[in-house]
Design a protein around this ligand. Sequence first.
Ligand code: PEP
Ligand code: MG
Length: 569
Amino acid sequence: MSRHLTGRAAAPGVALAPAAVIRPPAASEAGEAGTPAEERARLDDALERAADQLEQLAEHVNQELGDDEAGIFEAHAAFAQDPELADRARKAVAEGDAAAAAVASAFDSFRALLEASESDYLAARAEDLDDVRDRVLALLAGEAFEVEAPRELSVIVAHELSPSQTATIPRAVIAALVTETGSPTSHAAILARSLGVPAVVGATGIVDLATDGADLAVDGHQGLLIVDPDDEERAHIQQRLDKDARRREELQALRELPGTTADGHRIELAANIGAEPDLADAVDAGAEGSGLVRTEFLYLDRTAAPDVDEQAEFISQVLRTFPGHRVVVRTLDVGADKPLPFVDREEEPNPALGLRGIRLSLARPGLFRDQLRALLAARADVGDQGGRLAIMFPLVSLPAELTEARRHLVEVAAEHDHDLGGLEVGVMVETPAAALAADRLASHCDFLSIGTNDLLQYLFAADRLLHSVSELADACDPIVLRLLDDVAAAAHAHDAWVGVCGEAASDPATAVALIGLGIDELSMTPAAIPEIKAALRDVTRADCRHALDTAMAQPDASEARDALSAGPT
Ligand code: PEP
Ligand code: MG
């Protein structure tokens, strides 16, 4: 008989395949502690072997998946070699603890420090720390830490999947991912979305319910799991798989076509690039360039800033990926929840309101100017063999910040004899102040790109990382639509083009509103491009404007969203 279980939907799609249950290494009984000298030797040996294994894993991942993903494991290896962490554990051993107990307490006290920062970014590092701790404990217990990956296409089921465990499972065998713990932003969910397979997280009890090899159906839209589905359920799942396959074919047929409305109004549909693997996904999705290259990943998880050559090399690669299209590279947007270890900053009680985005770049001109050097070097290197570079400054709140950032750009160009002719420069509109100053900003730059993720957070005073307040901030809210209508009008009045690069661009109802208000470019996660392209090809520009006017007249976000989803009347 089939058995059902519900978790949280974390990546869309439907799958039916045998379950492969990944079990954590059994927790071994804590034995008697040896002498402090014996335990110290065991401790040092386990830390050293963990660091070696992680360095090898980083190398393996580098070859399989590229630099960016390998960086996670380089950071893990650094944790295993961290002198302060090792000192804490050695101190506990010297006081008579067994090596395993000392490792557990040293890692846990480090974890508490990271968690106390209340930042999502550092909380994710805490997850990484657990991963390293478990590896060291497994080594001390003489057990294997790596998972035994299935050889055939399977639904991977686990209590929790750590990044290093996930990295050892070949991608080709993953039909879906299901975990008992986690949230839609956990590693497993992110991996599933990048692989285009469904995921369900928070499925408490699935590890006991699904035996190895039992058929498991996963509905990543609704968070439903069916173990051993019966004939009727199988038929139903098969129908959905067929429907998904037909839809993929329909969308694939649009791949080479440009983004337009049904009446031929042109909208550029571009990809957001957050790391190297996004480049191939963007090309597969038929992206028309990039409206947002998030350069932060080049700086995070390292102890020193990347040098100019390394940055220029990556930017050249991005430009070469999109010949004939525009590539908007955003200058460094760190600070807040993405601190850089090599930049000293004072403690910030409200990091989202602190020294982040362009503010940090202007306060640390050395870092900023190196990045500008790299961008201009990549532009010169690629010439007309790749995309057209545009430079965008994040989290601008005053026109004076744009002026100052431009001054640095002009000076750096002069130092290196770079010609700035034809280079578009723009700002992100992601603070209420920038939205209200759109006309002044637009009169001093070539484009505005609306970052709805931050703009909504600041507009509604609702932390974008906090689930409990997430419902307050909706891009379809009539007050947001009216504000964006003004921003678009201000940009166009100064002959600047206007784009949207926040998550809102990938929501079909919001995209209709955005086209209604005259947005010229939508940039989004590559996987969302085909559906948005299809949705816009079903409506005319006038339909979009009509839907927008109706939405703006509604009392709240939910009724505005209904008006936008209703389709042409
Ligand atoms: C935004 O704020 O909408 C945006 C695109 O920038 P990020 O999500 O990187 O802050
Ligand atoms: Mg932002």
